[in-house]
Design a binder for this molecule. Structure first.
Ligand code: HEC
Length: 109
């Protein structure tokens, strides 16, 4: 490989890595939809104020210390054998991660 071909190749590898690791934050409009979904749909089990109901509370204090990936997996795939349904038909994994991060820091109104 000539030196002029190495740089584009390196760039391609770097950009590929970035694309797979970076969290694509939802647009402002999509964030509004997601907030509505969590308050309405998730709220039907987890409580309209997310303090718990059929499902456990989803508040920063109750989620503290739990691994983010595990919580994202629960939202995307649900929990077999429990009423927690999978949401992958309605949410991307990035969106589920955004929701979990917001739940852990205090969910917007
Ligand atoms: C039909 C009721 C129901 C709905 C709707 C629901 N959940 Fe759940 N969820 C549950 C139950 C029940 C559990 C506890 C499962 C268990 O026993 O491990 C749970 C667990 C979870 C957990 C894991 C909590 C922890 O402390 O480990 C997260 C995170 C979660 N739900 C997020 C959501 C989100 C986000 C939505 C909406 C997109 C949602 N849930 C909608 C019933 C529901």
């Amino acid at each position: 490989m000539s030196s002029s071909a190495i740089l584009p190749a390196l760039l391609a590898i770097l950009l590929g890595a970035l694309a797979t690791t970076a969290l694509a934050a939802p647009t402002a409009a999509r964030q509004k939809e997601l907030i509505h979904l969590v308050r309405q749909d998730c709220g039907s089990c987890h409580g309209l104020t997310l303090q718990g109901g059929l499902g456990p509370a989803l508040l920063p204090a109750t989620l503290a210390g739990k691994p983010v990936e595990g919580l994202v997996a629960t939202v995307v795939g649900g929990r077999t054998g429990t009423p927690m349904p999978p949401w992958h038909r309605f949410l991307t994994e990035d969106e589920a991660q955004w929701i979990v991060e917001k739940l852990m820091t205090g969910f917007p109104e």
